[in-house]
Design a protein around this ligand. Sequence first.
Ligand SMILES: [Fe+2]
Ligand SMILES: [Fe+2]
Length: 475
Amino acid sequence: MAAIDYQERIPNNVDLNNDRRLQRALEHWQPKFLDWWKGLGPEGFMGADVYLRTAVSVDAKGWAHFGHVKMPEYRWGIFLADRDPNRTIGFGDEMGKPVWQEVPGEHRSVLRNLIVTQGDTEPASVEQQRLLGQTCPSLYDLRNLFQVNVEEGRHLWAMVYLLHAYFGRDGREQAEELLMRHSGDADNPRILSTFNEPIDDWLSFFMFTYFTDRDGKYQLKCLAESSFDPLSRTCQFMLTEEAHHMFVGETGIGRVVKRALEVMQEAGTDDPEAIRKAGAIDLQLLQRYVNFWFSSCLDLFGSEKSSNAASYFASGVKGRADEASYEDHVCIDSIFELEVPDEKGKATIEEVPMRNAMNEVVRQAYIKDCMVGVTRWNRLIKKAGFDFEITLPSERFRRGIGPWAGMPMDPQGNMLSQEEYERRKTEFLPTEADRAYVKSLMKPVMEPGKVASWIAPPDRGINNQPANYEYVRVH
Ligand SMILES: [Fe+2]
Ligand SMILES: [Fe+2]
């Protein structure tokens, strides 16, 4: 089962040529996907040879093949993790029963919506990042951007396969619409608002891959627990690819920090002006970007109290990330102590049925995961002898949904007056000047082995390639 058939027009490990109808339907969708890729994928690099990895099996070890390919010739395909014939439902009211190989009628629309929402984010991020190649800080980074982009394209394939294979005519219609909505389009935008903001500088790209792709990781982890087995198996393999996206984010931000520290040591100061004079990014600015991206990603998990989350859990369509790590998988009479604001904006505890707090449970796991990289960056700062700590802002800061939505909080989670919040906003969030400065740094560096002034070179190459490797050949 694990072998992937690359002789087929659509590489797959789902026996596609034994289902002619499905095969034809997907072959009909394929040229539309390619048109979309050429029109809204990475601009200016369609003819470039890019050192990309392509999945050749779904084994955790040795699953990828590396080589130069032109992106439109990348072999996007359908790869599901192997089926476990003994898998049973791991949580909720149906716990212990066999998992579903077909979509139960009563869960059909919920599952379809979850798949469409997940699927919509994948091409959205490619669209958001389509101009970034033109300002890459190095060929290594350019290649990583394109690797992330082609894999998001493959994640779209993963969701489209499910829609075609299991949801009949409306599944096929939804698959078409995934190519019709466009990031930032006034009339037909992407479903989630974060995915309609352009990402036009590389610091934002690293923030996106660190924070937003990590939200993606947690959504995939929740869907990997689903009782709908084909969805679970698809997500399991997507997670293997996703790990690299977060690596790009964590090492990208880490290299920005490292470069700032080098300049700080040379100049013997941590004054932002001096750092900027040397063409690096000051840690204060970096912190404001962290505040912005972390807070917007927290909203992606949904409201703290959610009856939808409760019913997804009860019915078994969507679990908690790493469900096996929890003791109680039914959560019928347990409670969650949720912090909600009192009249003065101070936190007070509200007892919420555990099932209704599942979004919050997963968000907490996400926050813990976000801390891992932050701790590493802070270790670099400390080692360099500077007294500065990058922090994640409070969960109450700049929220758009949930009980803390719209409250004027500082990043420590203290309520301010609206007036004070507006006045001090430039301390908390990227200013016009910050963005303009970052933008001024965005000049392409395309010589093998060379790296822009604002970021340190990577510690090692992709697939052990040397530092001056030509990851992307532009003709
Ligand atoms: Fe993805
Ligand atoms: Fe991703």
